[in-house]
Design a protein. Structure first.
Length: 403
């Protein structure tokens, strides 16, 4: 591991061949905290400012992540779009982005999330600068329904490169959207493995969440929406709890499904055993209190929570969906179950809850795998290399090597 500060790039590397940094605009639909927003934040703060001068545009009003970037001296602005904008607002947003690109001599645009992936390439092509366009795809399917899928399919062709977070996502882009293989690249998510680390000292963090010290804590992290499968996790937890094991379930996140999930917990008589924590902007205390992370998703690209838990040396049981099997080595660094079925998930939770030696073995292997393959520095450098290669192609030069 490098000794460089987690928020700063390694300035010991040689500078790019051009003395002036390239101007880059990152465009994202929303700028509150979430997996995609975290990835953007890490990229912007860790890219070498001698190579890239970054600015960030949030389509929706600025959230916590945008304010955090601004506090670090990054130029951030918002188009202040509604959550469900009308067509006229979308078109106006495209024109405003195009004018910003021209006014600030932007060389490269990278977009995240489906609405930004639609608007940013259009704006880039309408601008006089015609900057390089990189789109980022993090989920198997657009989460905005059929209209979003049609819009994404139409605008992929405007991107010079599409970065997918897993082979499963890339294969879906090629199969359903016709994105050419040579215009895709897989860059897996990364986490700061020096930040997400095995818990130190005793387990006093459990008291923060009102959990007995001798309980086996199962945690779920993510948006409380149908595709995340938390309804299945609650059913699986109920099955496991009936075995008499001292289990507790902590759910970190919020979303439209929360009230329905809380009602189901009450019907099952589990209100004393299940806690809804809401949005947690700092997950370290939760991971310190967790014995088992359950990822019951019905679809995933490659979730950050999985990598964070693995880096924290937590035993993981996850659905065999999307890019998850590319991360977890079955029975080596975690357990995989078929999605949508509470019983197999319950059996895996029971097995882990009853066997602390297995939890320890899987957690240690997960930590090693996370450090070797999914460290944030690897992810940032691979993005930077894509930018260098595309800029070199545009300029007719060779990409500068980096150490």
């Amino acid at each position: 591991m490098s000794s460089v500060s987690p928020l700063m790039p390694d300035r010991s590397a040689p500078a790019a061949a051009d003395c002036a940094p390239r101007r880059m605009l990152f465009v994202i639909t929303s700028s509150d905290f979430g997996g995609t927003e975290t990835t953007l934040r890490e990229l912007v703060l860790r890219l070498d400012p001698r190579e890239i001068k970054a600015a960030v545009c949030s389509l929706r009003p600025s959230g916590r992540m945008a304010r955090d970037l601004a506090a670090h001296g990054i130029r951030v602005f918002s188009l202040r779009m509604a959550e469900q904008p009308r067509v006229a607002e979308l078109l106006q947003g495209v024109l405003r982005l195009a004018r910003w690109i021209d006014r600030h001599d932007v060389d490269l645009v990278q977009s995240f999330l489906y609405r930004a992936n639609t608007l940013a390439p259009l704006a880039a092509r309408l601008s006089r600068r015609h900057p390089i366009v990189v789109a980022g795809q993090r989920s198997l399917y657009p989460l905005g329904g059929r209209r979003a899928a049609v819009a994404a399919r139409w605008t992929w062709g405007l991107a010079d490169r599409v970065i997918a977070v897993s082979n499963a996502v890339r294969d879906e882009l090629i199969r359903t959207d016709g994105v050419p293989l040579d215009r895709t690249v897989v860059i897996e998510n990364g986490v700061d493995t020096s930040h997400f680390h095995p818990p130190r000292g005793d387990r006093l963090m459990r008291e923060r969440f009102g959990v007995p010290r001798d309980a086996v804590v199962v945690s779920g992290v993510g948006r409380l929406s149908p595709e995340k499968g938390f309804d299945r996790l609650i059913e699986a937890f109920a099955i496991a709890r009936r075995r008499g094991l001292p289990l507790r379930l902590l759910l970190a996140g919020d979303g439209a499904q929360r009230s329905a999930l809380e009602s189901r917990v009450a019907v099952l008589g589990l209100s004393d055993d299940v806690k809804f924590l809401g949005m947690q902007h700092d997950l370290l205390p939760l991971y310190a209190a967790t014995d088992i992370l359950a990822l019951p998703s019905l679809e995933e690209g490659l979730p950050n929570a999985l990598l964070e838990a693995m880096s924290s040396e937590i035993a993981v049981v996850a659905s065999r969906v999307g890019g998850v099997p590319e991360v977890i080595e079955e029975e080596v660094s975690g357990l995989l179950v078929e999605p949508g079925e509470p019983v197999p998930l319950a059996n895996a939770i029971i097995r882990l809850a009853a066997d602390p030696t297995l939890r320890h073995r899987l957690g240690e292997a997960a930590r090693r795998r996370s450090r070797q393959r999914f460290d944030i520095g690897v992810m940032v450098e691979r993005h930077a290399q894509v930018y260098r290669e595309l800029l070199a192609q545009r300029l007719g030069t060779k990409p500068s090597p980096r150490s």
